[in-house]
Ligand binder design. Sequence first.
Ligand SMILES: [Zn+2]
Length: 274
Amino acid sequence: MRLFDAHNHIQDERLLGDRGEIVRASIDVGVAAMVVNATSEADWDAVERLAASHPEVVPSFGVHPWHIAGLAAGWQERLVKRLRRRPSAVGEIGIDHFREGLDRGLQERVFLEQLQIAVEERLPVSIHGLRAWGRLYDLLRAARTPAEGFLLHSYGGPSEMVGGFADLGAYFSFSGAFLRPGRESRTAVFRGIPRDRLLVETDAPYQALPLELDPCKASRGLASGALNHPATIGVTYCGLARVLGINAEELAGQAERNFRALFRKLLRDPARAP
Ligand SMILES: [Zn+2]
């Protein structure tokens, strides 16, 4: 099975060890490509280095809503420059109504400026919308969205909003942390997502998996404690396939087609479509 991690942050310094090892461990379990998302200007170099040494890494550059305070003047120009240096997506960007202390007005301005850059650069976008799906929908509906499409990563909104987002060009990624007990209503939403808009993500090192429940023994001891690892993505494929009532191979085929559709301009060998 060829696996695709639609959203992670393996540049994160909390993931100990050599980055190459992390990518190689992921390739070993079948990962053909992963989108590595920067979160602020401070980690753009690290993400770019990963992409330079690993063709499986699709880099994504942007400013996450947690990191909007203290943005240095001229960041927009520097973002555009960075996006043009190599095939890249825009992300992680978005709005967050869960974490306290974030200026909502500033979040929206920074989000919309980056969305506009993605439209102008004709690039797909990865979006974070924690507890803010209604407001996010209003913003997306009123703005231009990239023709390439956008990813609502770890989609946690209600079923009723899926159709509206999909009409605007959304893809939806399922995080393995949704498999935790008590989150059944969230997983159920994924049964109603159009199959051609479904993706799978780890969000590593965030969203540690409930490995004690690993139904397919797919984690191979690679993640422990609070940190997630991209090589555990088999657990998430297996869990989502069960939620959908299909087999993991069928899900993998669909997720590959969808990943290639959304990130088509950015794939390099060996992830490039045959
Ligand atoms: Zn993320």
